[in-house]
Design a protein around this ligand. Structure first.
Ligand code: FAD
Length: 402
């Protein structure tokens, strides 16, 4: 049993791991270290309620000060880990001091990818509370907005900017928003949702450069030479695991910190949340998820394995996104070449559930404004139900949404 646990990253996964350890009876020393100055907060509201202004920033806090004090942990905020000596079991911090551990949980998340020219005034990223507050302050000035990248983050930012009454263009090299995550049929429906709310979509053409005037972004040029005027650009082009500080540590860093099926990355070292890539013992493949629910589930699993559970991590992945009055929820995985079948409801009514299949089994289910139905259908993913047993025949046409 360890007596000195250090957790790096004081956000969803890090805080959950600390709480799970205490719940499981771990009563040794616990240190939670995060490089942001704020008390741990939740990220999903940043692109939704915080940006639109329906929540004050404090409401995104994960725990109040009393609950944090009740953890009995040393909470070091505003401190970044800068290196790891795995042999000596010590973490180096930004001031040059080091912290020793018996067991370490790394939950440092991801860092947004940037585009060339991203340093230009008027070009924003969105990952942190400070990013969200800075972006909201600029949106309130009424700029023409171009969102580059129409994954779930970019699509949510476009929705929030429209809800603030702004002129918004959403650009992506793929043919539809969320195409990469949810495929062509649902992507087309998401695109229609945005068009119906007044967003101009420029999908299917990559951005080639930002055009500046007087040191600020003034326009975005697409590969087809179209120029879109912009006072403000949000680059939402994905993120990379925050592992730069681990280079030279001896840990395997591929697409994230490479862990075994139990979340272990090295002697006494576990990883959880967005930063962790683990060996999925069912598929034999590596997995890494950037979903809020996964941060919680994987942190609980890592804490349990650190205390000796010796259990493989085998979640049913879940994510949701809120855009306008629409909530899309999805369980499972959604390979790019998956089959797609409508199971209930009507895309035209903007309320339906659908299944995704791969190699003859159901791998994912999706609900569009159908929370109860999608929770019920989750069992199809758990059971890996044969695709052939799905009964509703007609594959959905994107045009059905009109
Ligand atoms: C704007 C936004 C909206 C989202 N909306 C949804 C949604 O609707 N649905 C959904 O399923 N998911 C959503 N997500 C994803 C979800 O928030 C993440 O999956 C979740 O936050 C991951 O938690 P984490 O603790 O692994 O990483 P993070 O939340 O990224 O936390 C990692 C922490 O570690 C810190 N850190 C990094 N490096 C170091 C270091 N060297 N030393 C110390 N600290 C360090 C970081 O600053 C950060 O505070 C959203 C994400 C964002 C950014």
């Amino acid at each position: 049993m360890p007596r000195q646990v250090v957790i790096l990253g004081a956000s969803a996964a890090g805080l959950t791991a600390a709480e799970a350890l205490r719940r499981r009876g771990y009563d040794g020393a616990l240190t939670l270290i995060g490089d942001e100055p704020h008390l741990p907060y939740d990220r999903p509201p940043l692109s939704k309620q915080i940006l639109v202004g329906t929540w004050p920033p404090e409401r995104a806090r994960l725990r109040d000060e009393q609950a944090l004090a009740g953890l009995g942990a040393d909470l070091l905020l505003g401190r970044a880990a800068t290196g790891l000596d795995a042999a000596a079991r010590r973490v180096r911090l930004d001031g040059g001091d080091t912290v020793g551990y018996d067991a370490l949980i790394i939950a440092t998340g991801v860092t947004p990818r940037t585009l060339p020219g991203a340093g230009l005034a008027g070009v924003h990223l969105l990952r942190t509370l400070d990013d969200a507050l800075a972006l909201r302050a600029r949106l309130l000035a009424g700029p023409k907005v171009v969102v580059v990248g129409a994954g779930f983050l970019g699509a949510e930012v476009a929705a929030a900017a429209r809800q603030l009454g702004l002129q918004v263009t959403l650009a992506d090299p793929l043919p539809a928003p969320m195409h990469r995550q949810l495929g062509g049929q649902v992507g087309a429906l998401v695109g229609q949702l945005h068009r119906d709310h007044g967003v101009t979509l420029r999908c299917g053409v990559p951005v080639s450069r930002f055009i500046q005037a007087a040191g600020r972004v003034a326009a975005v040029e697409l590969a087809d030479r179209t120029v879109i005027d912009a006072d403000l650009v949000v680059a939402a082009v994905g993120a990379a695991p925050a592992t730069g500080w681990l280079v030279g540590s001896g840990l395997n860093l591929g697409n994230g910190i490479e862990c075994d099926a139990r979340g272990q990355a090295g002697p006494g070292i576990y990883a959880a949340g967005d930063v962790a890539s683990w060996h999925d013992h069912r598929s034999g493949a590596r997995m890494r998820l950037e979903h809020r629910m996964n941060a919680t589930e994987q942190a609980i699993a890592a804490a349990g394995n650190l205390l000796g559970d010796n259990q493989p991590f085998a979640p049913v992945p879940y994510f949701w996104t809120d855009q306008y009055d629409t909530r899309i929820q999805a369980y499972g995985i959604f390979p790019p070449d998956a089959d797609f079948q409508l199971l209930s409801g009507d895309p035209g009514e903007r309320r339906f559930a659908a299944a995704y299949g791969h190699h003859g089994t159901v791998t994912g289910v999706l609900g569009w404004n159908s929370p109860r139905e999608v929770r019920r259908l989750r069992q199809l993913v758990v059971d890996r139900a044969p695709w052939a047993t799905l009964t509703t025949p007609s594959p959905v046409s994107p045009l059905a949404a009109r």
